[in-house]
Write a protein that binds this ligand. Structure first.
Ligand code: ACO
Length: 327
């Protein structure tokens, strides 16, 4: 049992068609394309049409992932969906996706913000390795645009909508997930949160008037924590996987900010050229970020057979996570 090796059998992604550029944002808030590009590296992001549920994006990405794995929806044994923008409090978005794609299996959501996809992969890997399930669909999906205050220039320029999915299953020896690592620190929860709408501050006219149902963030503190935790996570997962830093062929980081990624590369010793970056086109898609980046890196041939790939993410919670995979 313990020798069972779990890997990624298929990947899918879906990005809404509507593009919101930095120049478009100049018309909404006092900002500039130059400020956004130099501070974050972001040029544009995708925004779902108003009223589009996260499950719709997730279902499209999942259908592609299942097809690329050569499977049918009914071959999926479990759905783990990571999001901070679920369709609703309950039922879980995983259940709604199960129905939309025609799967017949259990499913649940996890809340680990931007670290959600590597968290889902870590959980799925354990469940397959133990022999409990055979094929698990791990999804990262967000329609975060509905939770952004489009009058707050310090947050609205950062985020975008999108979804990605991966089918996990058994792979041949020598390949697959070599090691995983997850962490969290709730003492820093207030650095990045949507304060209202839950049991702590139930939705009310007052909570809405105060904007407490929108993403709120202490940008510079989040920045420092992101650099520290993502760097430490890369080093830890590489150690657990017994892969030397110079043998990492492709780093797939959470796509929050180009300056964060440069600092992580500097601290870990991984060259920026080995780091896959698509935040210029999509911004920060929270739980969807790492899986969409993985999908595009694989499509573009940046990941080849036997490549050592490290996924790493950081997010609200605070949370952080990493996975080392031999492709
Ligand atoms: N356009 C123009 N000016 C702006 C904008 C904007 N969009 N946003 C902020 N400013 C101004 C500020 O008001 C401030 O002005 P002041 O000096 O007059 O007060 C000035 O720019 C500098 O602001 P800082 O916040 O210090 O700018 P910083 O260089 O730290 O960059 C940023 C801000 C981009 C948000 C950065 O802190 C960052 O990327 N932090 C991490 C964000 C992140 O990764 N969040 C997601 C984590 S994952 C998840 O779970 C969702």
């Amino acid at each position: 049992m313990a020798d069972r090796r779990v890997g990624i059998l298929g990947l899918g992604a879906y990005l809404p068609e509507k593009v919101l550029t930095n120049s478009d944002l100049e018309k909404l808030v006092e900002t500039s394309d130059e400020w956004i590009r130099t501070r974050t590296g972001i040029r544009e992001r995708r925004i779902a049409e108003k009223g589009t549920p996260t499950s719709e994006l997730a279902a499209k990405a999942s259908t592609e992932a299942i097809q690329s794995a050569g499977l049918k929806p009914t071959d999926i044994d479990l759905i783990i969906l990571a999001t901070i923008s679920p369709d609703m409090f309950f039922p879980s978005t995983a259940c709604l996706v199960q129905n939309k794609i025609g799967a017949r299996c259990p499913g649940f959501d996890i809340s680990a913000a931007c670290s959600g996809f590597p968290y889902a992969v870590s959980i799925g890997e354990g469940l397959i390795r133990s022999g409990t399930y055979r094929h698990i669909l791990a999804i990262g999906a967000e329609v975060i645009s509905g939770f952004i205050n489009w009058k707050d220039r310090s947050t609205c320029v950062l985020f975008g909508d999108g979804a990605g999915a991966a089918v996990l299953g058994e792979v041949s020896d020598g390949h697959g997930i070599l090691a995983t690592y997850m962490g969290s620190d709730g003492s820093q929860a207030e650095l990045l949160q949507i304060p209202a709408g839950g049991s702590a501050i139930p939705p009310s006219l007052a909570s809405i008037e105060s904007g407490l149902h929108y993403v709120q963030m202490e940008g510079s503190e989040v920045f420092k924590a992101a650099v520290r935790t993502m760097s430490d996570s890369v080093l830890e997962v590489a150690k657990r996987a017994n892969v030397a830093i110079e043998d990492i062929d492709c780093l797939i980081p959470h796509q929050a900010n180009l300056r964060i990624l440069s600092a992580v590369c500097e601290r870990t010793g991984i060259p920026l050229e080995k780091t896959f970056i698509n935040l210029d086109r999509y911004g920060n898609m929270s739980a969807a970020s790492t899986v969409v980046a993985l999908y595009e890196a694989a499509k573009q041939g940046k990941i080849k057979k036997n490549s050592n790939v490290v996924l790493v993410a950081f997010g609200s919670g605070l949370t952080w996570a990493a996975c080392a995979i031999r492709w």
